[in-house]
Structure formats: structure tokens, C-alpha cells
Design a protein around this ligand. Structure first.
Ligand SMILES: Cc1cc2nc3c(=O)[nH]c(=O)nc-3n(C[C@H](O)[C@H](O)[C@H](O)COP(=O)(O)OP(=O)(O)OC[C@H]3O[C@@H](n4cnc5c(N)ncnc54)[C@H](O)[C@@H]3O)c2cc1C
Length: 411
């Protein structure tokens, strides 16, 4: 078989480009080919971190990930330093709150530019508009087929085709079915980091953002808490902490989100504060009683829930029972979870391929076939953990494929 590529990479996204760069570093003479279905590389990178690309985190630890790949921690440890990986591409990074690492420019496009430049400088070629639908093992490598019927031959193949997260539809059924039919273990994708739909969320909260401690209470008694900015939408709640909690929610009925809307003050302190306000601003409209503590729309919603006839009353008329109820509601605003966002509004998916060697990311059933990025059954928390997995796994798969070329010169 004539060989089109020594290493063929399916998908020129975050992990595929990292794989190409690392493979070229290990084996500069190798012919590397990326097949990308879209008309440009790394589109998803541009929307990450709200356009700023939270590319890694200084607190990377395996406990921040769910995975069905045993031994994947080896990859995390070997390729821990994303900052120097990017520095070598001419990109400076900076660390922000909670260890989140961003390009110093604050623009995701800087990350994409650095990767694209390195891929092209490495001599790797990219074919655009090539949607891969099948991978067939041959005696000395693979035949890779695209939707338009074109075929490519390669000694090694790296699958870096991502997941349906953030996409309008799932276009990879044929590729995945072809791999499953060859014995690869695959767990169906489901949205993981996504907003949570909630019942009866007051419309006036739409568009507000608050700092809160949020607890997800599941019907089996499990409780998970996360802190940070909560964003209220129309019938849904979002924000990094809510998305992190969404990883634990799998559609159970009877799940609740309980929000502490004033995490820095105890219930007693809040009640004392409101009592003071009833004296200081006794003649002000009762609906403004919490405006010195929290956003007006949030405070008004809380007061409306606890006090009858709110809009006809003055702050000084709040009773001690009402003040107690208001304080308790601020510390535990509870909404029922009705569902999770779909693939389109999810940042990542759970599921993917798992029967891999955790050190090399090579398939356990097919020599010379490697997987990296989100198509592998590894998913992490919000905060740069998923892009870290994309770079680390891409580099591991690229290095493994390139080193195995060296071991088999007859190919
Ligand atoms: C809105 C949003 C915000 C995010 N923000 C962050 C963040 O700030 N920090 C963070 O860590 N993570 C973030 N993520 C997650 C992160 O983007 C992904 O984990 C990461 O991009 C996965 O890299 P990947 O290479 O596996 O997949 P992708 O980046 O999706 O790349 C896969 C590539 O393969 C191509 N492809 C797919 N199928 C085929 C095929 N059959 N043939 C040829 N090509 C194919 C695709 O077109 C794509 O270019 C965010 C995700 C979204 C949706």
C-alpha cells in the first residue's frame, strides 16, 4: 500500500493540533496529515472562556476529572505544564482567579494563531472539508475514508474528532459506528457541563448575576456544593459553579438547587441587618429593604415571596417573623431542577472511547490507532481542565504514534 501519511490525524481542533505539533517534535521526518471536516482549524477554541480561552489551570489534579480510561493520570503528569508548551510557541499566559490560565492578550484567537503557526511550521499538512466516516485497519496501517469518497492511507491514525458539545447536531455517527464495529469500547455521549433548567424561576431574575454558594441536592440524599457566580436566565441557571454541579445531575426527578445568596453573612447577621434597616429607612418602600445588601431585582423577589402586600408597605412595617423568613430564604433559595441543557449549550460531554492504554492512548484492540481529546471518555470540571486534557492527551497520542514509527522502520 502506498502511504499518504505516516501519521494521519482526524480533526484539527485543540487536541489534534497538539498531537501534530508533538508528533513532529518527536519525529521531524514523519509525514503528518490532518483531515478536518470544517473549512478552518480550531473553531471551538475561539468560543472558549467567553472568547478569552481558559486554556489550563494551575491546580490540575486527577480528582477534577471523571474517566473510564484506567491510568490516564500518567498522561496528566507527563504533560502537566501547558504554560511552557505555549511559551515555546511564542504565547505568554497569565494566571487569574482560582488558578485559571488565559492567554496574556485575553483573546482566544492568540491561542489559535499560535497553534496554527506551529502546525504549519512543523511541516504538517491539513486537508479541509474532509469529513472522515471510516477507518479500516490494513496489513501495514490503515485506510481512512471521507464522506466524499476520497481515501487516505496511513501507518498510524490518531482520532481527535471531539464531541457534540456546543454543536447543533452530531455529525460523527458513521465514524463512531465504524470504530465500534471493530471492537472499540464506546460510552454514548451525554451533555456534561451545561446549564440546569429549573421550575418556576421568577422572570425578574432573568439577566442577573450573583455570587452564591450553590448546593445540588439529589433525591438519593447526595449533596454537592460549589461557589461562584450564578447567572439567571429564562427558566435556567448557569455559571461556572452551576455547570460544575451539572456533571453530577443525570436527569433525576426530585433534585433541587439550594442557593445561599449571601454566603459571607450568617442568617442571624442578615436578620440583624434588616432590623437595622427598618429603623434607618423606616419610611422607604418595603420593596427596597434589601437594596443595601444585594441586587435590587433579587432582593425584591425575596421580599415578595415572604411579605404580603409588599408594594403597599414601608420598610418599617416588616415584622420580626417576616425578617426571619427573608433571612432564611436568602440563605437557602431553593428551586427544583427540571433538566439539563442539551448538546448545543453544553461545554463538554461525558462518554467516548475508553478501551485505551492510559500511557500511550493507543487502542487496546487495534495497534497503531490512537485517541485524544474529548472523544476519549475523560471529562473535567470547568476552569481550564478540559482544554488541559485536550493538549495533554493530544501531545501523548502524538508522541506515542511518532515513537512507534521509529520502532517499525519497515513501515
Ligand atoms: C462554548 C464552549 C466554551 C468552552 N470553554 C472552555 C474553556 O474556557 N476552558 C476549557 O478547558 N474548555 C472549554 N471548553 C471545552 C473545550 O473547548 C473542549 O474540551 C476542547 O475543544 C476539546 O478539544 P478536541 O480537540 O477534543 O475537540 P474539538 O476542539 O471540538 O476539535 C475536534 C475537531 O475535529 C473536527 N472533526 C470532528 N469530526 C470529524 C470528522 N469526522 N472528520 C474530520 N474532522 C472532524 C472538528 O471539526 C473539530 O475541528 C468549551 C467548550 C465550549 C463548547
Amino acid at each position: 500500500m502506498g502511504i499518504d501519511a505516516d501519521i494521519l490525524i482526524i480533526g484539527a481542533g485543540a487536541s489534534g493540533m497538539a498531537a501534530a505539533i508533538e508528533a513532529a517534535g518527536v519525529s521531524p521526518e514523519a509525514k503528518i496529515l490532518l483531515l478536518e471536516r470544517s473549512d478552518r482549524a480550531g473553531r471551538k477554541i475561539l468560543v472558549t472562556g467567553n472568547g478569552r480561552c481558559n486554556l489550563s489551570n494551575s491546580g490540575i489534579d486527577v480528582s477534577c476529572y471523571n474517566s473510564a480510561v484506567s491510568g490516564f493520570s500518567d498522561v496528566m503528569e507527563r504533560y502537566a505544564d501547558d504554560r511552557s508548551f505555549f511559551r515555546k510557541m511564542g504565547l505568554v499566559t497569565r494566571e487569574e482567579r482560582e488558578g485559571r490560565i488565559y492567554p496574556y492578550s485575553g483573546q482566544a484567537s492568540s491561542v489559535l494563531d499560535a497553534l496554527r503557526f506551529m502546525v504549519s511550521a512543523s511541516g504538517a499538512e491539513t486537508v479541509y472539508g474532509a469529513q472522515v466516516t471510516g477507518i479500516l485497519p490494513q496489513e501495514n496501517g490503515f485506510t481512512v475514508t471521507a464522506e466524499d469518497g476520497s481515501e487516505y492511507s496511513a501507518a498510524k491514525v490518531i482520532v481527535a474528532a471531539g464531541s457534540p458539545a456546543g454543536a447543533h447536531g452530531f455529525a460523527n455517527r458513521k465514524l463512531i459506528s465504524s470504530l465500534i464495529s471493530q471492537g472499540e469500547g464506546f460510552r454514548e455521549f451525554s451533555p456534561a457541563l451545561a446549564p440546569l433548567m429549573v421550575r418556576d424561576l421568577p422572570a425578574q431574575l432573568k439577566g442577573t448575576r450573583v455570587q452564591a454558594d450553590v448546593t445540588l441536592q439529589l433525591p438519593d440524599g447526595r449533596r454537592e456544593t460549589a461557589s461562584g457566580e450564578v447567572q439567571f436566565g429564562s427558566g435556567y441557571v448557569s455559571g461556572i459553579c452551576v455547570m460544575d454541579l451539572s456533571r453530577e445531575y443525570n436527569g433525576e426527578k426530585g433534585a433541587f438547587l439550594i442557593m445561599d445568596l449571601c454566603p459571607d453573612m450568617s442568617c442571624r447577621k442578615i436578620a440583624e441587618f434588616i432590623s437595622e434597616v427598618t429603623v434607618i429607612r423606616g419610611n422607604a418602600d418595603a420593596s427596597t429593604a434589601l437594596s443595601g445588601l444585594m441586587q435590587k431585582s433579587v432582593g425584591e423577589m425575596i421580599l415578595k415571596t415572604c411579605c404580603d402586600d409588599l408594594y403597599r408597605r414601608k420598610t418599617g412595617s416588616l415584622t420580626s417573623k417576616e425578617i426571619e423568613n427573608v433571612s432564611e430564604l436568602i440563605k437557602g433559595y431553593k428551586v427544583e431542577v427540571a433538566g439539563k441543557g442539551d448538546f448545543r449549550n453544553a461545554q463538554i460531554c461525558r462518554g467516548g472511547f475508553s478501551g485505551l492504554n492510559g500511557e500511550t492512548l493507543e487502542s487496546a484492540v487495534c495497534n497503531g490507532l490512537y485517541f485524544c481529546g474529548e472523544i476519549v471518555d475523560v471529562d473535567g470540571r470547568c476552569g481550564g481542565y478540559n482544554l488541559h486534557w485536550a493538549w495533554a492527551s493530544g501531545r501523548a497520542a502524538g508522541a506515542s504514534a511518532a515513537s512507534s514509527l521509529k520502532k517499525t522502520p519497515e513501515q
